[in-house]
Design a binder for this molecule. Structure first.
Ligand SMILES: [Zn+2]
Length: 300
């Protein structure tokens, strides 16, 4: 099952508690459906749960029992009876007459709770969402641009900030930001899907951070060990030629410790002095030692 289908299955389990919200959700489904006009209503989808829910809502809100037929993997619900159509259209506040486009009648979304229910219906009918493992994307395909603008403004009123683009086949409302997608899914009742996206994001950023840290530490270790190997080679060559006597008294402890602990980083080495040296202090001494070793002609 795709993530979209899982999300829709979750939405189809949202209880149909309030009458106002049943009406609003049905409105969202029908307004975005393949056909919604005075000659008939058609809801067609590969998602059987959505078609069942639309039929149930039609029956509970308008007392209309639609015809549902299956063809291949798709189910199609139809309402063609004139009296039933008349009842539905007047219920949504339209004059029952031929029209090419139907605007969103905000009066149907009478209570604050209803915007979310309407958007749930619209997403069930026209929406899809990319899975958590993919690049964040959620979209609604809307037949005509006037309606898509009205749905966008409803989303904005609900605190969601979508983008919109015009396609040959109609308008596309979409969200790309993970946070916006989580908010939208939570709003319409798919908090499980929102959680799955959020968890995937947290896991991914954690993994990236750990990788960055490991890479960084490895690079530092390699740098440290290459530098200390160069120092040690130079010091040992100088010692072989002139002995410890070529270094002034004040630097001899440092020479001994550097040679004795070739793997130690600067801070580890600084801690071996008693009292411990500061890192810049040790660095300064090592530079002086290296300079003397080079003057003595140590090869490195
Ligand atoms: Zn409501």
């Amino acid at each position: 099952m795709t993530f979209s289908a899982e999300t829709k299955a979750e939405l189809c389990r949202v209880p149909m508690e309030r009458r106002c919200c049943r009406m609003a959700e049905l409105y969202g489904i029908l307004l975005c459906a393949p056909a919604f006009g005075d000659t008939g209503i058609r809801v067609s989808s590969a998602h059987a749960g959505l078609v069942r829910r639309a039929a149930l809502l039609l029956s509970r809100v308008f007392g209309v029992e639609p015809v549902v037929a299956r063809s291949g993997s798709r189910q199609t619900l139809r309402v063609e009876d004139a009296a039933a159509l008349r009842g539905i259209f007047s219920g949504f506040g339209y004059d029952f007459k031929p029209s090419i486009t139907y605007h969103l009648n905000r009066n149907v979304l009478e209570n604050e709770c209803c915007a979310a229910a309407f958007l749930r219906g619209a997403f069930l009918m026209a929406g899809s969402v990319a899975g958590p493992e993919k690049k964040s994307h959620l979209e609604l395909k809307i037949g005509h641009s006037a309606l898509s603008r009205e749905i966008m403004s409803l989303m904005l009123d609900s605190g969601i900030s979508p983008h919109c683009t015009e396609r040959a086949a109609g308008s596309l409302i979409y969200l790309k930001e993970t946070a916006g997608i989580e908010d939208f899914l939570t709003l319409i009742g798919a908090s499980g899907a929102a959680m799955a996206i959020m968890e995937a994001k947290v896991e991914k950023s954690l993994r990236n951070r750990v990788n960055r840290q490991v890479n960084c530490e490895t690079a530092n270790l390699m740098k440290t060990s290459a530098a200390s190997q160069r120092q040690i080679a130079a010091i040992e060559a100088a010692l072989a030629r002139g002995g410890i006597g070529i270094f002034p008294e004040s630097l001899r402890e440092t020479v001994d410790l550097r040679v004795a602990y070739p793997e130690a980083s600067l801070s580890e080495l600084a801690a071996k002095f008693s009292p411990p040296l500061s890192k810049p202090g040790l660095d300064h001494r090592l530079k002086r030692i290296l300079k003397i070793a080079e003057q003595e002609g140590g090869s490195f």
